[in-house]
Design a protein around this ligand. Sequence first.
Ligand code: WTA
Length: 651
Amino acid sequence: MTDPTPSTPTQSRTFSPTPEFTAQANGEAPLYDQATDHEAFWAEQAHRYVTWDKDFDTTLDWSNAPFAKWFVGGQLNVARNCVDRHVEAGNGDRVAIHFEGEGGDTRTITYAELLREVCRTANALESLGVRKGDRVAIYMPMIPETVFTMLACARIGAPHSVVFGGFSADALRTRIADAQARVVVTTDGQFRRGKPAPLKPAVDEAVSGGDSPVEKVLVVKRTEGEVAWDDARDVWWHDVVDSASDQHEAQPHDSEHPLFILYTSGTTGKPKGIFHTSGGYLAQTAYTNAVVHDVHPGTDVYWCTADVGWVTGHSYIVYGPLANGATQVLYEGTPDTPHQGRWWEIVQKYGVSILYTAPTAIRTFMKWGEDIPAKYDLSSLRLLGSVGEPINPEAWLWYRKNIGGDRAPIVDTWWQTETGAIMISPLPGVTDLEPGSAQRPIPGISAEILDDEGKPLHDPEAVGYLVLTKPWPSMLRGIWGDQERYKETYWSRFGDKYYFAGDGAKYDANGNIWLLGRVDDVMNVSGHRLSTAEIESALVSHPSVAEAAVVGATDETTGQAVCAFVILRSDARDEGEATVQELRNHVAKEIGPIAKPRQIMVVAELPKTRSGKIMRRLLRDVAENREVGDVTTLADSTVMDLIKSGLSSGS
Ligand code: WTA
């Protein structure tokens, strides 16, 4: 493997924790030692962070590897852990959620109120026929009802499948079909950049036709927009939830009972339904939220800016922080509505003390300028976090200086939909921080970097593949409906002892791990995983396109950007810019606006190996305006000249 980030600084500054921070931090140095007894360590965390209705008898059953079972024999109710127990402990008046709508509407929800709302929602879902084990699809914006619905599903034991509200009707349809969801919960629309945008029409389209497994669609009124209505299928939230009883008896579920499915892009066009179970997932999300985010319930105001449609929202808006009884901000909108200081205004307004966000957002704020955050009082912030892609040292330093007041530690947290919770990250009260590096596996996690042959690499700067060497509680339990693909994707590249993460990595001279991006055909655009194959098949589904190749090209703001090369069918007319626009919109319609290519280049040929494999590496060179690399394995070495001359002549 070659190093895609030759810019790793050789001399960088590190930042040590202050004694004041260390004195109050949840994550302490002895945890690393304690974790050498892997199972005993995790059993202890599971007892500390989770309330069990029935204690587990076996910490880890790995006898059927790579299918793990954690905390076997244990029973719990995840929703009761996230809500009821805080009320029972006398913290019912504590704020769980400060909701801030994009238009400035707000709602303050205490734990006592959250309990009533979750119970009502659970009763309403049951009245619509949802039973333990049934799947519920959730296609909603960032509003409190989304959190109520997820927790209500957890309470019933009905695994949810949250589909990001920016995905298309087609994407929703395939996810509903794969999980065989019986109910969809949605809204009439959502506010986006000051305007209402409809959401329900996509659901209508996704469940249309005779073959949909969906029996009921539950609709929250959010934007008051006109909606089409099917009396037999559609139900208003305010009709069934508001009138439902706010008492709901929750049953304990097995530790390994499925909690949710979340789809993520793989290297083929078909998204993978990553599924997670209850006990292990809850234990690790709560533990990491405590020791990495250093959340102190009752005093901190925590804000994770992710969308609940992604795993970060699942683990660090809903399950981890609520299990810990944290107070958090939930913001519906975009960072620049109605102005570019909106986030900082929110930090100031609620006294946010912990902010968890993504590098792409930080780079956007850098572009907007430091004058904007400087207008607000950000002195409440005491810890910053980053997730989703490598954070370049420059952005890290900007974040620390302009948002963290040169004071707040930054935790750069590496993990994945599949890992369920944070895996590699500094502990803010312990670690000397190294900008740009996620540093070390947290206590309880072990990783290695392997070369092509599977040999561990320890030399500084030697680039290899990141693997995880031991099972962990919040690990995925498989791919919904396709366990062969689970084994093949994650447990075969280096044999069945290593979980293959799909990321390149290296150590620096201080033993810190640097993550170097994906090594497979998955792109990372603004922290969102997109598969080249999925976008290629969307392009080829357009009647004008004969063939398509997609690459992720480096982009200053979004990390990577989608660049597509297409060959038009011989009977299609190339209308230049109009054709390109039409194809871009087609991808947005097929997958969602986040997948819209930044650039589409119409070409006469694509570079292929003799075995017919597209050489994306060469296309990436073109997309990034580089000298084209080695072409000797091409079936026809003149193809690249053809592509380049065609592009420079403006076709
Ligand atoms: C990337 C998001 C470097 C990585 C939680 C991983 C990161 C993929 C980091 C998972 C980080 C996430 N540093 N790279 N701190 N965090 N990644 O499933 O390539 O949406 O494999 O989970 O994002 O993306 P996913």
